[in-house]
Design a binder for this molecule. Sequence first.
Ligand SMILES: [Zn+2]
Length: 233
Amino acid sequence: MSSIFDQIKAHPHQALALYRQACPSLKQSGECWQGHCPFPDHEDRNPSFTVYADGRFNCFGCQRHGSIIDLQQLLYGGTTMEAAHQVAEAMGLAQSIGSKPANKKEWIAEPFGSVSERPKGFDKASGHWCYHNAAGAPMVLKLRFDEDGQKRFEPWTWCRHSQTGAHQWRKQDGPAPRDLYDRHRLPKEPGGTVVIVEGEKTVEAARLLLPELTITTLPNGASSVAQTDLTHI
Ligand SMILES: [Zn+2]
């Protein structure tokens, strides 16, 4: 039996259907397809997102490129293997692959950019901050509550059930390793100066004072260094 990666590679037609879901503006242009980039972190009035007949993509605007598995991972996070299983399932290849960890009953975090519903308690929160993934998709909504002179934080994630497809807000953090606050605004290449402060409120205040610096915070305070993805800074 060939690997899940070979199976996906062998079906560029099915991959194109998934590209269309991510990028509804895709139109055929000669040997390839072009549309507006699905990532919101750059302007793309002249379509820069290109899908080739071999099933790979390239965006001339943001330089993101790769396979449909890479796109899945950039959009929704998770490991490469998880992304491959999600793609295989969506392409209808799951049977021919055999064992699939994606078959577990579980809640999978999804971006909530187009979700109008808000988590329980949202109206009572004294503040809220959005945590994005590297691609700029909003993944975790962190609420702050001030009660009896105490502050308390709750992370909420918009989740899809792996089997029923039902969606709901769940009081849980994104999977570890977690992203720094405003991950998508941090330098794409390591080596730049990034200032880490304590708390999102401090980030906002510090940005006003020091607009030339890149400022961020850890998702769960200074004690969460071990659960935070710091590999890119
Ligand atoms: Zn792009």
